[in-house]
Design a protein around this ligand. Structure first.
Ligand SMILES: NC(=O)c1ccc[n+]([C@@H]2O[C@H](COP(=O)([O-])OP(=O)(O)OC[C@H]3O[C@@H](n4cnc5c(N)ncnc54)[C@H](O)[C@@H]3O)[C@@H](O)[C@H]2O)c1
Ligand SMILES: [Zn+2]
Length: 386
């Protein structure tokens, strides 16, 4: 006899904000690690080389932190360095190395993998943690603006394959996420800027007043004024978290992914530039393209397009890249996006600032014209900084 039995699994998402997470007396990390029945909680730490190269003595600080909290936590092995950046998600060997390091350190399903780094390292190490023993606990310490305001709180882990973004991966919530704002100090201007397009994206889809705040503070954010920027990173992280825990579809089993606004073109542009374009840079162009399209389709006011473009330009984003000149290839991104989501094509678009809607039919001719408009407006765009 057939049986259809519903069941559900409860998760808890733990998000913490702190400074100097490995400083003397900082309890945040030790407190999120539940002790094991037979002694201190064991952890294997992976560190993005962008962090270890720019913060003198960082690995020793981690070791000192664990030594000072030895009653509760201990290292399962020496901290592992992972090359930072998108290239790492294109290198299958790094995944194998990470899984092997987890194996060699004897990490069990109640031990922890701690990933410290930008979104690429978090995706890669998170995937390794999700497949070792079919899943060991993962604690993320995101170290870029983008990973702190978006990807770090997400439930997706993975690497690129067949030239496509995130083709291999899993949905698997982290045990905890600790946003330590001190990490952001060593970022290049490019990586500092990159994360704010994700905050703009979330604001445009869900919260007009948040967008207005980002827009009015854009120049100060670009100038790295932390008093203005950190609350925006925090609000964006909280919005992403709220979406995951309240949308009813954290593992994206249906087609609705409002926070992928601007992403169909972004993923394709990253691919077309051999991943030289940062994800956040590509998202800025993807947003500019989709709002231009929405206006050309009569769904969004031209004045809103202008406001959004101005905000992105003031944040320091370029809204043009040579890859836009190959509209045919870029448009292939629509079908790739549909396939990646599954089911019917669903593209989040804007009705007005702060209010999104789902479009299922994209007029290719009009989208091509929107791409053309971005190319025509290139003079008004800031060139990509490399
Ligand atoms: N899993 C998700 O839900 C999700 C969501 C959005 C984006 N992403 C992914 O995140 C990735 C982009 O992440 P990103 O923008 O953080 O860039 P990134 O991880 O590529 O890092 C950019 C550069 O910054 C360096 N770096 C990291 N932290 C640093 C620090 N504190 N100081 C100095 N340098 C540092 C890295 O070494 C790298 O060279 C993409 O692969 C994207 O697909 C994933
Ligand atoms: Zn994104």
């Amino acid at each position: 006899m057939n049986q259809d039995a519903d069941f559900s699994v409860d998760y808890q998402h733990r998000l913490r904000f702190t400074r100097d997470a490995f400083g003397n007396g900082n309890m945040v990390l030790r407190d999120v690690m539940a002790p094991q029945a037979d002694g201190p909680a064991r952890a294997l730490v992976f560190v993005d080389d962008g962090v270890s190269d720019t913060t003198a003595g960082f690995l020793r600080r981690i070791e000192r932190y664990f030594a000072a909290n030895a009653d509760r936590i201990c290292l399962a092995g020496a901290p592992q360095i992972i090359p930072g950046g998108e290239e790492s998600k294109n290198d299958r060997h790094l995944l194998e190395d990470a899984v092997k390091a987890i194996h060699d350190a004897g990490v069990c399903r109640q031990s922890y993998v701690i990933a410290i780094g930008g979104g690429a390292v978090l995706d890669l190490v998170g995937f390794a943690a999700a497949i070792a023993h079919r899943g060991v606990r993962l604690i993320r310490l995101p170290t870029t603006t983008l990973s702190q305001d978006d990807s770090g709180v997400g439930v997706k882990n993975g690497i690129n394959a067949f030239g496509k973004k995130n083709y291999i991966g899993v949905f698997c919530p982290p045990w905890a996420v600790i946003n330590d704002s001190d990490f952001l100090a060593t970022l290049s201007d490019r990586d500092w800027r990159s994360g704010f397009s994700e905050a703009v994206k979330a604001a445009l889809i869900k919260d007009r007043s948040f967008f207005e705040r980002i827009a009015s503070d854009a120049a100060r954010i670009r100038a790295r004024d932390v008093d203005v920027a950190l609350p925006i990173i925090r609000q964006s992280a909280e919005m992403h978290l709220r979406h995951i825990v309240t949308s009813g579809d954290p593992f994206e089993l249906t087609h609705a992914r409002p926070l992928d606004f601007g992403h169909w073109a972004a993923h394709k542009l990253e691919q077309m530039t051999q991943f030289q374009m940062r994800h956040g840079e590509a998202v800025a162009i993807g947003i500019a393209l989709d709002v231009t399209y929405a206006a050309m389709a009569g769904r969004l006011d031209e004045s809103a397009v202008e406001t959004i473009r101005t905000c992105l330009l003031e944040l320091g984003f370029a809204l043009y890249d040579d890859a836009l000149s190959d509209a045919d290839e870029l448009l292939e991104g629509l079908e790739e996006f549909r396939e990646h989501l599954g089911g019917r094509l669903t593209i989040p678009l804007l009705r007005e600032i702060g209010v999104g809607f789902e479009a299922h039919d994209i007029d290719r001719k009009r989208m091509r014209a929107a791409i053309g408009r971005l190319c025509d407006e290139r003079g008004a765009s800031i060139r990509r900084v490399s």
